[in-house]
Design a protein around this ligand. Structure first.
Ligand code: CUA
Length: 362
């Protein structure tokens, strides 16, 4: 029915059926009450109309129980729909722990997608069927919106922070990808395709592309070339200007002003672009900003690297290497990780010029 009904897109993710069921039931309930109320208006108007000019209406009132009934029944229906809708909402916005994370960056007027293994695509996303996929969204300029109707998902890409969505495609095929937020003159052409493939075909596609470096490996390289490694060296016991980043991602970080924050994507992003916003307790605010020096793509790579140092990720020593696999756990459910806090108290005594101000090495 849906494929022949042009107003309804394909249903091709594990949750699209849930969204459709909610939508259809809600529409039927609305239709039922619209017809009921409109019908009653017409019937009662004609039945109780004034038949001659001097006619006075009878002094009748609806019983209190009738009033309670027509208030309570709609209330119960509304609460039921609210509960159901909330359940579907949480399903839609809570990625499962085994979701593989891809990055999509909106830019006037295209979507730039990067695979965890390093492949990048423009206005296209190749994924294997049956694999939960989390898309981390960022924007280089204005607000865009990542919209795949066949999966019933949509999420804004907002400049300055990360948002995400997830889905689990159930049917191989090619599906529309839209930008669903007016973002300038070429907004209507900011479209692409999501290509869902059988796992075997996906392997072949992956092998055929230029593999590139994994997100983690690219991030590790940047960590060295931007001289982050000079201060955030992963060698415990050595006096450092900045905290070691091992085991940090996903943990609670104590700040100099007494607050504690969870080291998630947005925290690491802010710490790179605006280092003085949230200084870790026990360290001097000496880190320079990297605003303007790293692109959105490089930021996501750096974050992928920092995450790989987290409690569940690999921990390559010295800030090089990195595991070129998708093994880094993309779940944000790492908040309960009991990794050591980074306020080890190893502040430098002198106000040394930050080594990060050195020009980046090649
Ligand atoms: Cu991007 Cu509309």
């Amino acid at each position: 029915m849906k494929s022949t009904f042009p107003l309804f897109p394909d249903s091709a993710s594990t949750l699209s059926g849930h969204v459709d069921a909610l939508f259809i039931v809600w529409s039927l309930v609305s239709l039922f009450f619209t017809v009921l109320i409109a019908g009653l208006i017409v019937v009662l108007m004609s039945r109780y109309r004034r038949r001659y000019p001097e006619e006075v209406g009878a002094d009748e009132r609806a019983g209190i129980w009738l009033e309670i009934l027509w208030s309570a029944v709609p209330l119960a229906i509304m609460l039921a729909m609210f509960t159901w809708g909330t359940k579907v909402f949480f399903e839609l916005y809570r990625p499962p722990a085994d979701a593989v994370e891809y990055t999509a960056i909106g830019k006037q007027w295209m979507w730039k997608v990067q695979h965890p293994e390093g492949q990048s695509e423009i206005n296209a996303l190749h994924i294997p069927v049956g694999q939960p996929v989390k898309i981390k969204l960022a924007s280089e300029d204005v607000i865009h919106s990542f919209y795949i109707p066949a999966f019933r998902i949509k999420q804004d890409a907002v400049p300055g922070r990360y948002t995400s969505l997830w889905f689990n495609p159930t049917k191989p095929g090619v599906y529309h990808l839209f930008c669903a937020e007016y973002c300038g003159t070429e907004h209507s052409r900011m479209i692409g395709s999501v290509i869902v493939m059988e796992p075997r075909d996906y392997e072949i596609w992956m092998a055929g592309g230029t593999p590139g470096k994994s997100m983690v490996a690219s991030g590790a390289d940047l960590f060295t070339s931007l001289a982050c490694v000079t201060c955030h060296r992963a060698s415990p016991g050595v006096t450092q200007r900045g905290p070691s980043l091992e085991g940090v991602f996903g943990s609670q970080v104590k700040l100099a002003d007494g607050r504690a924050v969870t080291a998630d994507d947005n925290y690491v992003r802010e710490s790179i672009l605006n280092p003085l916003a949230k200084v870790v307790a026990g360290y001097d605010p000496v880190m320079p900003t990297f605003q303007g020096q790293v692109s959105e793509e490089q930021l996501t790579q750096l974050i992928a690297y920092v995450r790989s140092l987290g409690p569940t990720g690999a921990a390559p020593a010295g800030g090089t290497g990195g595991t070129p696999t998708a093994a880094t756990n993309p779940s944000s459910a790492q908040m309960d990780a009991t990794s050591p806090l980074v306020n080890a108290g190893n502040t430098t005594a002198g106000q040394t010029q930050g080594a990060a101000q050195k020009p980046p090495q090649k």
